[in-house]
Write a new protein. Structure first.
Length: 219
């Protein structure tokens, strides 16, 4: 499609992926992103170009959404998006329990603000939040968020006024309308626990290897 037809579609309000192009055929696009998605789940953090990271982020968010549904239809979609059995085991055994209370925004893109030498492409990291060894922790969710709000309200009067509305939604006030004296009085939600079968071996996360990630990107 040339420049004039693209402008015509833009004027009509129809976006045809004008601002993010990949110089391959459409069936090669999905094959590349399946390899990148599989590597992202296995290594939890990979290095790629900034446009690919932005495109990959939506697939990573989508596969976590379907994995947490726990339905036969959603499991078939997950199976079609991954390559290796190791990535499937890590997704269901490690990541689904980790993001039980985090409904979206499970990935983060870190712009490196540098360009690749051979083609001047901007580079970036894409990673999952709340992973082991994370340098910049994400905002807490679930019971950890309730604990954070309770601590802020205990420290200062300004924090009490700021988080009063959220504390009421989280149930941090007792029957008399006073803040709970102990955060442990708040009942914790039951966490999702994976129940492996007897013939399944324990799965461990693979450390980040830049060479392996680059090979997966080139595949």
């Amino acid at each position: 499609m040339g420049t004039a037809p693209r402008i015509k579609y833009l004027l009509k309000g129809v976006r045809k992926h004008v601002f993010r192009k990949f110089h391959r055929q459409q069936h090669h696009h999905w094959d590349t992103f399946k390899n990148l998605l599989d590597a992202l789940i296995r290594y939890q953090r990979i290095e790629t170009t900034l446009p690919r990271a932005k495109e990959l982020q939506q697939y990573a968010e989508e596969i976590m959404h379907f994995a947490k549904k726990d339905t036969p239809e959603a499991d078939l979609i997950v199976e079609s998006m991954l390559r290796t059995p190791q990535a499937r085991r890590i997704l269901y055994e490690k990541m689904v329990p980790r993001y039980a209370d985090r409904h979206f925004y499970v990935t983060r893109i870190v712009n490196q603000w540098r360009f690749r030498m051979r083609d001047s492409t901007p580079m970036a990291f894409i990673e999952f939040v709340d992973r082991p060894g994370e340098l910049r922790p994400a905002n807490p969710v679930g019971w950890e968020r309730a604990k954070y709000v309770w601590e802020q309200m205990q420290q200062t009067r300004r924090g009490f006024r700021r988080y009063s509305a959220e504390a009421e939604k989280l149930g941090l006030f007792d029957e008399n309308g006073k803040l709970l004296s102990d955060i442990n009085l708040l009942p914790k939600t039951a966490k999702y626990e994976w129940q492996p079968s007897e013939d399944e071996a324990e799965t461990t996360l693979v450390p980040y290897d830049p060479q392996s990630a680059q090979q997966a990107e080139a595949a």
